[in-house]
Design a protein around this ligand. Structure first.
Ligand SMILES: Cc1ncc(COP(=O)(O)O)c(C=O)c1O
Length: 282
């Protein structure tokens, strides 16, 4: 290994920059051999950071109107502390878990993180008691039933049967609902789910206005592929652009998304642990 530098980008982890392009498997074998010689058997990553930049540029080209909020959840560290310690401003953070413990809620309040989601009445009561100035995003459950990982089974209220009552309850409690969020499922295969969710969002914005809310934020969550093995990013982006034009073409809205896999799937070229890796045939 020729050049080793400390990079703040990777939270203080050591990164080795290679002098020239090399096949990931060849490289992984070489690193494994070096580590073995040093008597080290820890797992390691082989990653191509150029891929992240390429995916980000693709995002900017296809969905320039959507701010990407990286879904920190797909990394294992304590999330809010991790990002605030990296210098991310509180207004650039969304606390996207719709069921928060009171302690976590108070912690967010202390750090002045005010954007947060909810999908149930108990959460509203909790927020009204502990953080009534929070800016709330109602999470609705709209699923692509063919997606690889369903999230609406865990999170998101029914957009027709539950969301209207929740908005009314938020208004009674004097809370501030600023928008709608959803997540159609990770590894989306049917992008029409995004269109359906935007349709519900439009209706809920109307109801919100009649209750005195100024709802402007649309958080379309994740579901983006991050690799070429799925429905393409471009296809999802097209459906989103058309949906936004159809339902919100004449309104001022703030559009955001929470890409997780889209940002990171492309990163790991190989993630071997030394033992199974060294058993691979040459
Ligand atoms: C709230 C939330 N946002 C974003 C994501 C990231 O989703 P994806 O990896 O499909 O982009 C997840 C994944 O579980 C999530 O729960």
């Amino acid at each position: 290994m020729t050049v080793t530098i400390q990079k703040e980008l990777l939270n203080g982890s050591k990164v080795t920059i290679l002098p020239k392009k090399e096949q990931s498997l060849t490289l992984a074998r070489r690193v494994a051999a070096e580590k073995k010689a040093e008597g080290c058997d820890e797992a390691f990553y082989v990653a191509n950071l150029d891929n992240i930049i390429d995916r980000f540029n693709l995002w900017k080209k296809e969905l320039p109107m959507f701010e990407p909020f990286y879904a920190v959840k797909c990394n294992p560290d304590p999330e809010i502390d991790l990002v605030t310690k990296m210098g991310v401003r509180p207004e650039k953070v969304i606390y996207a878990h719709p069921c928060k413990s009171t302690n976590f809620l108070l912690h967010a309040k202390k750090l002045e993180i005010s954007l947060m989601t909810f999908d149930n009445a108990e959460e509203l009561e909790k927020i009204a008691e502990h953080y009534e100035k929070a800016e709330l995003i109602i999470r609705i459950g709209v699923a692509d039933l063919t997606a690889n990982c369903q999230l609406s089974v865990k999170f998101g209220c029914d957009p027709e049967l539950e969301a209207p009552d929740l908005l009314r309850r938020a208004a009674e409690l004097g809370l501030n609902v600023a928008g709608v969020s959803f997540h159609v499922g990770s590894g989306c295969n049917d992008p029409t789910a995004f269109r359906t969710a935007l349709k519900h969002t439009k209706r809920l914005f109307g109801l919100g206005a009649s209750l005195g809310f100024n709802m402007k934020m649309i958080d379309v969550g994740g579901g983006f592929p991050g690799s070429d093995h799925h429905l393409s990013f471009e296809k999802i982006a097209e459906v989103l652009r058309n949906g936004v034009e159809e339902y919100f073409g004449d309104s001022q809205v703030r559009l955001i998304a929470e890409p997780g896999r889209e940002s990171l799937c492309c990163l790991s070229a190989a993630t071997p642990s030394l033992h199974p890796f060294s058993a691979l045939p040459t």
